[in-house]
Design a protein around this ligand. Structure first.
Ligand code: MG
Length: 503
């Protein structure tokens, strides 16, 4: 009797262990990308900001892998987002020059393959919550549900492309009124407008609800999922609900960032509640560097030069954290990496099919999972308003960066550094400005006239020439003629616009 019971218990235990092992080996991980907007290298507590309140992101950094040399593919929203989802630089995706406007008729070309489509092909449930900014189109043909996302819930562009009148609870005005001639910010559910104008003071709570419901329902069905949570925070104008108004000592930017951080915390809490935290790769990063306009209401690039819109380090080197308990060892990596690398890395991780096109990303799995070296040793900086006549503004190879052209940006008009401001017109440099980013991440000490670096300059120039000759330029989607009828209105055909677009 005793022996039989012991054998039964032993066999049951073996079966449970075996089934758990098979489940672990047989399952594919969930993927969550948390994408901040205009968040600078120096904005987070875990990247050294003295007064930001970001406990949830800081917790990811402590228990995950924090990157110090991670680059967004471009210093502006639309091209950067296209590159995140395709693993390709803006000239190849056609998402250039600049950004899509509410009346733009172009969008991410349908022949591009997105990460959502790759994961969909592996049976994933897919959702995007938040800012899209890859076009709307005349027949809404560029909304996310046409790119592998099962569902969309969010505002399809930046919230300063709307008249923004109330940004903080209960009735505090925004810093300025943004673009009054546009219709109110539309909140889309899939391809339908469900609220216009969007109430910013309640927006993040709605995003959180959709994101957490998606995680809960996918996990309960045992379906692997991909969540792309693209925050409207901390793009101008800053906004936040009641709980975050005046909640920090960093002013409106700090309040807005604290609300973003809460969104990160709520997603992480839901992963735990749903029992899938141990089988989920979470990536947190930003689409470009900080906006240095609107006085102290903008972000902070920390020790990096300039910010959004420029090809200096502050424009494109961004905070990034990868988190996956048990798979990614906590720590810091200085390996050269980029948002371009996420598509090939995640596709390989799930044994997905890579598109048959030239990718600009590399698989950084060894950096994530083995504390290994990055396959990337070069990064090409393409200006925000890309132009085939000046295809590559700067090149980084290993620790050296050469600037062949520099240009300021309207996104940096409140910084003391004149090189960053919109008055700094495009300037060609021959020889290029040369910096050793390992010893001089702030790009202060130009080495180009030092004869000891002649061979470095020669090598960088060869790399640049070769890449510029190979780089394909798809037709510029952002230059397609605009059409005011494309601008979202919940009451189509009404008048007078924009005020009648109110539902
Ligand atoms: Mg942005």
């Amino acid at each position: 009797m005793f022996l039989s019971r012991t054998v039964t218990i032993f066999c049951t235990t073996v079966l449970i262990l075996l089934s758990q092992t098979l489940c672990t080996f047989g399952s594919v991980p969930n993927v969550v990308i948390l994408f901040a907007d205009d968040l600078g290298y120096g904005d987070l507590g875990c990247y050294g900001h003295p007064t930001s309140h970001t406990p949830n992101i800081d917790n990811l950094a402590v228990n995950g892998l924090r990157f110090t040399q991670f680059y967004s593919a471009n210093p502006l929203c639309s091209p950067s987002r296209a590159s995140l989802l395709t693993g390709r630089l803006p000239p190849r995706t056609g998402v250039w020059p600049g950004v899509f406007l509410p009346e733009s008729t172009g969008g991410l070309p349908h022949n591009e393959t997105t990460l959502a489509q790759i994961l969909k092909g592996k049976g994933y449930a897919t959702a995007i919550v938040g800012k899209w900014h890859l076009g709307i189109g005349r027949n809404q043909e560029y909304l996310p549900i046409h790119y592998g996302f099962d569902s969309y819930y969010g505002i399809p562009y930046s919230q300063d492309f709307c008249p923004c009148l109330k940004c903080f609870y209960p009735n505090d005005p925004c810093f300025n009124q943004c673009d009054l001639y546009y219709t109110g910010c539309p909140l889309f559910k899939d391809d339908k407008i469900i609220e216009q104008p969007t109430d910013f003071t309640k927006l993040e709570d709605k995003y959180i609800e959709h994101a957490t419901n998606f995680i809960a329902s996918s996990a309960s069905k045992g379906t692997p999922f991909f969540l792309y949570y693209a925050f409207n925070h901390v793009h101008h104008p800053q906004f936040a609900g009641k709980r975050y108004r005046n909640s920090t000592s960093r002013g409106t930017f700090g309040d807005s960032l604290a609300e973003l951080d809460n969104g990160v915390g709520m997603v992480m809490q839901q992963l735990q509640k749903s029992g899938v935290e141990g089988n989920t790769l979470v990536i947190f990063t930003s689409d470009n560097g900080p906006s240095l306009r609107n006085e102290n209401r903008g972000g902070n690039g920390g020790l990096l030069k300039c910010g959004k819109g420029t090809t200096y380090e502050g424009g494109q080197r961004v905070p990034a954290i990868a988190y996956w308990p048990g798979k990614i060892q906590p720590g810091k990596t200085m390996e050269l990496t980029s948002t371009l690398d996420l598509l090939p890395t995640i596709a390989n991780l799930v044994n997905g099919t890579l598109p048959n096109v030239t990718l600009d990303g590399v698989d950084i799995g060894p950096v994530l999972f083995e504390k290994g070296k990055s396959k990337r040793d070069t990064f090409f900086y393409i200006f925000a308003y890309a132009d085939p006549k000046y295809p590559i503004y700067a090149v980084r190879h290993k620790q050296y960066k050469a600037h062949y052209y520099t240009e300021g940006s309207s996104n940096c008009d409140f910084t003391h550094d004149l090189d960053c401001r919109p008055t700094a017109n495009r300037t060609a440099h021959n020889p290029p400005l040369l910096y050793d980013l390992n010893s001089d991440p702030s790009e202060q000490y130009d080495l180009s006239s030092d004869p000891n670096y002649a061979s470095v300059l020669k090598e960088l120039d060869e790399i640049r020439r070769k890449f510029a000759a190979e780089l394909d330029w798809a037709p510029a989607e952002i230059l397609k003629p605009s059409d005011p009828n494309v601008e979202p209105c919940c009451n189509p055909g009404c008048s007078p616009r924009p005020s009648c677009c109110h539902c």
